[in-house]
Design a protein around this ligand. Structure first.
Ligand code: GLU
Length: 371
């Protein structure tokens, strides 16, 4: 069934995919040297993507680095939102040009696409965007995507995952500076083992990986895990691997074990994109402990009434991401964006009826199948 017409969230078999489509996401840190875009790294990526395209794969490249390059060109390091937006607007064209030229040297045409997650969540925008991207792929043109940071800077991990879902890609390759997910913290455990394969994303895997990421890479790994959740819940295989691993994309597509591959479950729900985006664009900051009957609300994709709330754990603001657990079971049964902060929820009046909503279906994702 077509996801646009399947609002009932019924579980079903893994959905149809396009085996020749892959989304390759590369982060800023893998493309810059000394604070500026490194032409050698950009060219190596262009070469790798071009090789795939010549082999019949239809790659979509999502690359960050506009802000870093813009900052370099502006000679500043401002951190205010408007500084970042300006830097992105300055750096966007040089970033694209590096890939355009690298692909052109190998006989390929590149097309630049800039958009935001909201464009993918809006049905009309999504349909236009998808047809434009598919038209590019049909013409052998390589889409080079970045978030439209001049509107708002978020992160490309989540954008690339939403894109992989929209394009029904075979694979989302998240290329970064670490080799993958570790079973323990490599900073404190010299024998930390790289996990080659995860059968299905879960809160347990997330805890393990989040704890093992550490250091300056933490934010990066946390947002990668959000992307992995989105892709795999919607049926797309995700891989986290080192961008500088030789022939990493070729080896991944040949089925070699590189980095950490996270498989979707055998059956996946048809998810709407907006809840996926809202629930996984940021890590959870707290937990809503609910009455066990919350399970049936979530299973049915209904609004979760405020009346189900038993206790609030952690401190968070309205608009933050939280997990939902049911009394007696610590595993999250849903994750979503809560409209009220912990202080307001704790102070909410005891007399609650079903008219007061704790989480709206457009803002939460069921984790009942994964817990
Ligand atoms: N899109 C931004 C850039 O090109 C960065 C966002 C991210 O790091 O994912 O600089």
């Amino acid at each position: 069934m077509h996801p646009e017409r399947n609002p009932d969230h019924a579980p079903g078999p893994a959905r149809q995919q396009y085996p020749d489509r892959i989304v390759v996401k590369v982060g800023t840190s893998s493309l810059i040297t000394d604070g500026r875009l490194d032409p050698v790294k950009a060219d190596a990526l262009a070469a790798s993507v071009a090789e795939l395209a010549h082999e019949g794969v239809r790659p979509v490249l999502v690359a960050s680095g506009a802000i870093a390059q813009g900052r370099f060109l502006l000679g500043g390091d401002g951190v205010a939102a408007e500084d970042r937006r300006l830097a992105a607007a300055v750096g966007q064209a040089p970033l694209f040009e590096a890939f355009r030229a690298g692909l052109a040297r190998r006989g390929l045409t590149a097309a630049q696409f800039l958009f935001t997650p909201l464009d993918l969540c809006d049905r009309g925008h999504r349909q236009s965007l998808r047809s434009a991207l598919e038209h590019a792929l049909d013409h052998g043109v390589v889409p080079v995507v970045n978030e439209n940071d001049a509107v708002r800077v978020r992160n490309n991990d989540v954008l690339s995952a939403l894109l992989a879902v929209v394009l029904r890609a075979r694979l989302l390759a998240l290329l970064t500076d670490v080799p993958g997910l570790y079973a323990s913290d490599p900073r404190t455990d010299p024998a930390a083992r790289l996990v080659p394969e995860v059968k299905g994303m879960s809160a347990e895997v997330e805890r393990l990986a989040g704890a093992s990421a550490g250091g300056p890479g933490t934010g990066g790994m946390v947002s990668k895990l959000g992307a992995v959740w989105i892709a795999t819940l919607a049926g797309v295989t995700a891989v986290i691997a080192n961008a500088h691993e030789p022939r990493v994309l070729q080896r991944l597509l040949a089925g070699e074990t590189v980095g950490t591959v996270v498989h979707p479950r055998a059956t996946v729900r048809e998810h709407h994109l907006e809840p996926l985006w809202r629930a996984f664009a940021a890590p959870p900051r707290g937990t809503l402990l609910c009455h066990p009957s919350a399970r049936s609300d979530i299973a049915a994709g209904r609004p979760l009434p405020l009346a189900r709330l038993v206790a609030v754990q952690g401190e968070f603001d309205g608009g933050d991401v939280v997990d939902v657990t049911a009394v007696g079971d610590p595993q999250p049964i849903a994750r979503g964006r809560v409209p009220l902060g912990s202080a307001s929820l704790s102070a909410a009046p005891a007399a609650r009826d079903d008219a007061h909503v704790l989480l709206h279906p457009s803002t939460y994702v069921s984790l009942l199948e994964v817990c």
